[in-house]
Design a protein. Structure first.
Length: 209
């Protein structure tokens, strides 16, 4: 895990980004020049390189401010299909966190698809981030996202239970309604689990981040 350097590596990272997401449209790509600018201006441009020198993962982010709070925003992280499940994503997030700490940020934020149970478990359960905001149709129709905040210095403190949403994993309307209701009430999303019958449970708590 290291910060990428030079046009060739930045171009390879941009190519990997489009390949993993399957983007064909030019407007969905990432500019290597933008990555170079982020790298030199308190941003994160991290690559995961295997022993053969092949890039198998890539993430990037930038510094941001919300109501006077400085945080690092992780825009995207991708891992090749062959390297998924090997802990690459977790190590990239940790490397990104190290860059963020050097800027003075105390937290890191990013968004993810709340209906993808694997992603929810990774973000909330493995990393210990907290869902703080529901963003319906974030990128347009059908792209609901949840914004999470990850404390870079302390583990998440247990809060007061605020409810659980139970629903089949395929019942997005019910899950969406549950997310909307609990976030509107000021709760924070802290856990997601699934069972063999295909049902998922979203756990919410009250309390400070």
């Amino acid at each position: 895990m290291r910060t990428l350097a030079g046009p060739a590596e930045l171009t390879a990272a941009a190519r990997l980004y489009r390949t993993v997401f399957g983007y064909q449209q030019p407007e969905y790509g990432v500019s290597p020049r933008l990555l170079a600018a982020l790298r030199e201006n308190s941003g994160s441009v991290i690559g995961a390189i295997d022993p053969s020198g092949t890039m198998i993962g890539f993430c990037f982010g930038f510094s941001a401010v919300d109501r006077g709070e400085l945080y690092h925003y992780s825009q995207a992280a991708v891992v090749t299909a062959e390297a998924q499940g090997l802990g690459v994503g977790r190590r990239m997030k940790q490397a990104q966190a190290e860059v963020a700490r050097l800027t003075g940020a105390r937290t890191m934020r990013w968004t993810f698809d709340p209906y993808a149970l694997r992603n929810a478990h990774f973000n909330l359960g493995v990393l210990g981030a907290t869902g703080i905001r529901f963003l319906p149709d974030y990128y347009g129709g059908g792209t609901d996202r949840v914004l999470v905040s990850w404390d870079l210095w302390h583990a998440r403190k247990p809060g007061v239970p605020a409810g659980v949403v139970h629903a089949p994993a395929t019942d997005r309307a019910r899950l969406r309604a549950g997310l909307t209701e609990h976030f509107a009430a000021g709760a924070r999303w802290t856990g997601a689990t699934g069972d063999p019958d295909g049902r998922v449970s979203y756990t919410f708590e009250n309390g400070a981040l």
